[in-house]
Each structure stands twice: as C-alpha cells, then as structure tokens.
Design a protein around this ligand. Structure first.
Ligand code: NAD
Length: 497
C-alpha cells in the first residue's frame, strides 16, 4: 500500500501532548511574544507542527527556572539521579517506535536508521551516563613540594551550574541525549535549544522527562532559531554552553561566550577521509564506503567525503561503489527498505547542488549522480566525483549531502599528507590487512575518532569529538565529566610547618 504522507503528517501534529508550547519550569507554555514557526516533513514538504519561537524573555524564564532547580538537583543523592536517568531510558525505549517515526518525519531519514541508530543511541546514552552520577570523584593527591603530615589536600568535582545545550537538526534525539544525560548525571540543570528544523522529538522527550520523575526546572526546552540560540549563549545566567552544529555557528558561539567568559564545548563539522589500501578486504571496504558516504544521505558530521583509494584497486573499488550506490533504494523515510531519504530542506538541496555544479565547472568528473531527483521533497542523487585536486572546494568544505570524492594514491606518505590536509579533524578511517600500516595511520591521522576496517561504530563508552576546526571537548565516555564539572582544589593544614 502506498504511504499516505498526508496522514503521517497529521499524526505528527498530534504526537505532542502539549502542542504549540515549550517547557519551562515544569510547565508547558507558549512563547511570551506569541510568535511561532513551523516544522515540516522534508520528504513531502507537508506541515508537521507549529512550534513556539522563543525570544529573550523565554530564555530568561528558562534560565531562572534552571537556576532555582539547581540547588535541589545538585544535592539529590547520586543514585536517585541515576534512577531517574535510567527511567528516562526505559521510557524512550517504551516509546521507541513512536519516537523513531516522529524523528523520520521531522528529519527525513529512513525509519530503520532512526530506530536502529538514533533511538538506540539515546537509550544507551541515558543508561551509560546514569552510572556516572555516582562516580563524580575528585582525588586525594600528596602535595609535591611539602613533606608528609603537613597538609590534607584533595580535589572536588562539582556541577558547573546551568548548562545551555544547543543541538543541530541531523540527530535531534541522540544529540540532546548526549548532552542531557551527562550534564544531569553530574548535577547540573539545563536549558535546551533544539534546531528549528527538527524540534519535535526533543519536545516529546520533555514530556517523558516529567513522566520519569525529573523535578520541575531541571530541564527546560525553548524552541526557536539562531536568534533564540544567541539569546541563550549571551545570557549571563548560563554557566556553560554545550553546542553541536556547524563550525561557522560554533565560531559565533565562541565569540559571543567571551563576553561573560561562559565555558563552551563545541562539536562541529567534518571533512572526513576514508583510506582504502590495496591489501584491504575490498568487498568489506566497498560496503563500508557506502555506509560511510551515504548514511542519512551524507548528512552526518562523521560522514566520509574524501575517499583515497590505492591506484591498483581504484577500478575495482569504483565499480563496486557505483553498483552498490546505484542500488540504494530512494524514497520517503517511512517507506520500507529506503536507504536514501531527502535532504533536510529544499534550501539545503540547492546548496549541495551548487557544490556539484562548482565541481563540474572546475573540470571534476561526475562519475555517478549529480542531479536533483524530480519528486516531492528535497531529494538529490547519490553522487560520486572523480579527480578532485586537494584544493578543490569539494575537498575542503563540508557539503553535508550524498556527495563523495574519490581520489587515487600510490604511496603511504602521500596519502597520509593528503588525509591530514584539511582544516577539519573529526573522524577518519583506514582499510588494510597490514597491522603496521593501520597503526601508522591511527597514530599520524589528525582526527578525534579513527576506525580501522569499519566505519561509523559509535558507543557511549568511547569519546567523541574532533581536532582542529571540528571542535573543542569530548562527548561520551567517563571523560565527559570534565565537560560538566568544575574542579576545586582544597588544601587543609593538619600539621605544624
Ligand atoms: P547549525 O550550526 O546551522 O545550527 C545548529 C544549532 O545552532 C541550531 O539549533 C541553530 O538554531 C543554532 N544556532 C544557529 N546560529 C546560532 C547562533 N549564532 N548562536 C547560537 N545558536 C545558533 O548546524 P545544523 O545545520 O543544524 O547542523 C549541521 C552541522 O552540525 C554540520 O556542520 C555537522 O557536521 C554538525 N554536526 C556535528 C556533530 C559532531 O558531533 N561533531 C554532530 C552532528 C552535527
């Protein structure tokens, strides 16, 4: 039976128990100004919901609510905080199908991706970080310059206070979980500003947080656009901003945060290399390359877009890629079996198309795709570019679409230098059966995340973040403690000098 996109859009508009409102101090309220914006299905262009557009007064109310809730939450017993986070995970799991459907309608990504990655990531993040709540440990360290018996000295890790969390549109629920779970585990309170493109699952999560027993004001959600985000960053009551999004916005945030010396961590864009040596398992490398380049139509910060392939296997890899990529089912994210959904908006599709036209104008060969797809929604053909030089725009800028460049190489030093020739440094992968080559690559590559003979494996126990213009700080893992606590050094004299 054909998918009824109109009915799906109607369902989405009724999926929130409190439509037309956001979440401040435990209450569902409209924007103080009454302003709203709309979010729509990128696969059909249909309206999904009208959402409040938050402004300065709403941010102010949310920060005040978070501040008022802070003392109570930081003093809640760690295991009580952990139990609430675990309940949040249980509730997300109980509503996984509904949330995955809502995520697919708002982002356009295939339902199987929403269900198998986004939902699992959010659930595992809340479960993993619930364990952090009772491990926010300082250290007792002997003083280096003092003889024993004089001082008792130790460090305390304390919650920072009110955190502003700003998320992008491509992994709305997973990204907000990556921020909320550790921030709350450490005893902070939070004001969330989701992307204007995809606010729905974050709002639905707000409803589930209340059901999980989270006290009022501990998490507040203010929907809106970049101006709402700016109001949050520059609010003097915000102690730290945790941001995921583009490098350009990250740079704006860093500049704005300087006024109040607000702490910041920023997870930004990528231009990630995927290196295939001739000695690799080529079938596995091709299958990995398809996922690396085209998962969620390439709208992934860690997507590979620079493919370096050893010359002797170039034809084999290219043939494999062309046949696998041509076979990827394209369609609305709720159609069964779809692997390539629409881009997030028609505007974003125009940006992707302009990169490909620019490449053509620079004389770069379009080996596959390279055109918009004539159907409802912002669809673009999976595309392979061949012969791009190091300085080509498509090799330097993040396209954020289903467009990869394949470049041959013949020498290990040459490919290492090329792989590192980027202002970004988020993720990278190498395919080889040679252990020494793999180790050499993992050591030399300037990236925060490296995969060997696989691509895109993500786990809450492993740190996530980039080098260079891909960001500051790390999410996931126990090290995330450093992002959500302040250290205090305590020195107590106990003996006579
Ligand atoms: P974006 O930078 O346009 O927007 C991200 C968020 O910032 C949105 O909520 C937006 O409203 C808000 N915002 C915009 N201007 C702002 C300002 N001046 N001050 C404060 N907030 C502002 O990014 P996007 O298009 O939503 O997301 C795609 C980008 O995110 C890509 O570059 C991608 O690589 C990156 N990303 C990175 C990671 C990572 O983990 N490194 C993960 C996902 C996405």
């Amino acid at each position: 039976m054909a998918l009824d996109v109109a009915r799906q859009a109607e369902w989405a508009s009724s999926a929130l128990a409190h439509p037309g409102t956001f979440f401040i101090g435990g209450e569902w309220v409209a924007a103080a100004s009454g302003a709203t914006f709309t979010t729509s299905d990128p696969g059909s262009g249909r309206l999904l919901a009208e959402v409040p557009l938050g402004g300065g007064p709403d941010i102010d109310a949310a920060v005040t609510a978070a501040r008022e809730a802070f003392a109570g939450w930081r003093n809640t017993a760690p295991l009580e905080r952990a139990a609430i986070l675990w309940r949040v995970a249980d509730l997300i799991e109980a509503h996984a199908e509904e949330l995955a459907r809502l995520e697919t309608l708002d982002t356009g990504k295939p339902y199987d991706h929403s269900f198998s990655y986004d939902l699992r990531s959010a659930i595992s993040q809340f479960r993993y970080q619930s364990g952090l709540a009772s491990r926010v440990n300082g250290q007792v360290t002997p003083m280096a310059t003092m003889r024993g018996g004089l001082f008792h000295s130790y460090t305390r890790l304390e919650p920072i206070g009110v955190i502003g969390a700003i998320t992008p549109w491509n992994f709305p629920l997973a990204n907000v979980a990556w921020k909320l779970a550790p921030a709350l585990a450490c005893g902070n309170t939070v004001v969330v500003k989701p992307s204007e493109e995809t606010p729905l699952t974050t709002l639905r999560l707000g409803e589930l947080l209340t059901d999980a027993g989270l006290p009022a004001g501990v998490v507040n959600i203010v929907t809106g656009d970049g101006s709402t985000g700016r109001a949050l960053v520059s609010h003097p009551g915000i102690d730290k901003i945790t941001f995921t999004g583009s490098t350009a916005t990250g740079q704006d945030i860093v500049r704005a945060a300087a006024d109040n010396m607000t702490r910041v961590s920023v997870e930004l864009g990528g231009k990630n290399p995927n290196v295939i040596f001739a000695d690799a398992d080529i079938d596995a490398a091709v299958a990995g390359a398809v996922a690396a380049g085209y998962w969620d139509s390439g709208q992934v910060c860690s997507a590979a877009s620079r493919f370096y392939v050893e010359e002797s296997v170039l034809d084999r890899v290219l043939d494999g890629l062309v046949s696998a990529v041509s076979a990827l089912p394209i369609g609305h994210g709720l159609e069964p079996g779809v692997e390539i959904g629409p881009l997030i908006s028609l505007k974003h599709r125009s940006k992707v198309a302009a990169y490909v036209e620019g490449a053509r104008a620079e004389g770069i060969e379009v080996a596959l795709g390279g055109a918009e797809i004539d159907r409802e929604g912002g669809f673009y053909q999976p595309t392979i570019l061949l012969g791009a030089g190091r300085d080509a725009t498509v090799m330097r800028e993040e396209i954020f679409g289903p467009v990869i460049s394949v470049v041959p190489f013949s020498d290990t030093d040459e490919v290492m230098a090329a792989a590192n020739d980027s202002t970004y440094g988020l993720a990278a992968a190498v395919w080889t059966r040679d252990l020494a080559k793999a180790h050499r690559f993992t050591e030399a590559i300037e990236a925060g995340i490296v995969w060997v003979n696989t691509y895109g494996v993500v786990d809450p126990a492993y740190p996530w973040g980039g080098h260079k213009k891909s960001g500051w700080g790390r999410e996931n893992a126990e090290q995330v403690l450093r992002e959500f606590t302040e250290q205090k050094a305590v020195t107590m004299q106990v003996g006579t000098l």
